[in-house]
Design a protein around this ligand. Sequence first.
Ligand code: NAP
Length: 252
Amino acid sequence: MDNPFFDLSGKTAVVTGANTGIGQGIAVALAGAGANIALVARRQPDETAAMIEKRGGKSVIITADLSTIEPCERIISEAQAAWGSVDILVNNAGIIRRNDALDFTEDDWDSVMDTNLKNLFFLSQAAARVMAANGGGKIINIASMLTFQGGIRVASYTASKSGVGGLTKLMANEWAAKGINVNAIAPGYIATNNTAALQADEKRNAEILGRIPAGRWGDPSDLGGAAVFLSSDAANYVHGHILAVDGGWLAR
Ligand code: NAP
């Protein structure tokens, strides 16, 4: 049966970091709901494009290095040129650096903050200018458990993802009246490149699994439903929310 609430046909979604992991899972899910996708990545996201095509969806590739804000306006204008509009932005690209707080370097601070937070804000700004002119849109930021918790050995990551939570609310407050919904998804522990070191560490892996009520690591496809919901008309009155998709981690 059709469910028009979650139908993204005719919409355009820009997904950053779409070549792998959570970005790939979300891009495939949005395409499955009918959206045309602009896959933003610094490495060719051919695998994601093939997954979308196999399911009958459409995508274009926009190559960009998101360690600086230099490509932000180009990304939005290339997506617009390809599909005619930008209705949805998923700020997914992100990095992590692990070191003791006593030894944490300025480079590990700046590189994470620039990609995870500064870029997220200025890409959102570029998208929101287009969305505001078009009567609205959806922005989804990928937050983290460390939007709520302190974590350990990941000072700049915690700072950046805590900042993502704050900026999600700020942007929601400023842009809600323009028809733009800004929300975030906070993934729990998802099996991707980002968490490869944790998965490989037997002790940490056991500690993490022991705390997840669902009893397993998440898969990138587990984020798809939340992303489709927040991109759809079903979320038209949802603003500034951070939706945990975490197998119950925060409930413990
Ligand atoms: P991932 O597989 O490492 O994906 C990260 C993506 O960001 C990759 O596509 C990566 O591209 C891209 N990226 C990083 N720096 C970039 C840059 N300078 N320019 C362009 N693209 C860049 O890890 P993931 O787990 O899917 O991470 C996706 C998001 O989820 C991140 O924001 C992460 O913080 C967040 N998150 C993950 C988890 C988890 O448990 N996995 C939990 C909470 C939040 P390359 O492949 O070229 O590096």
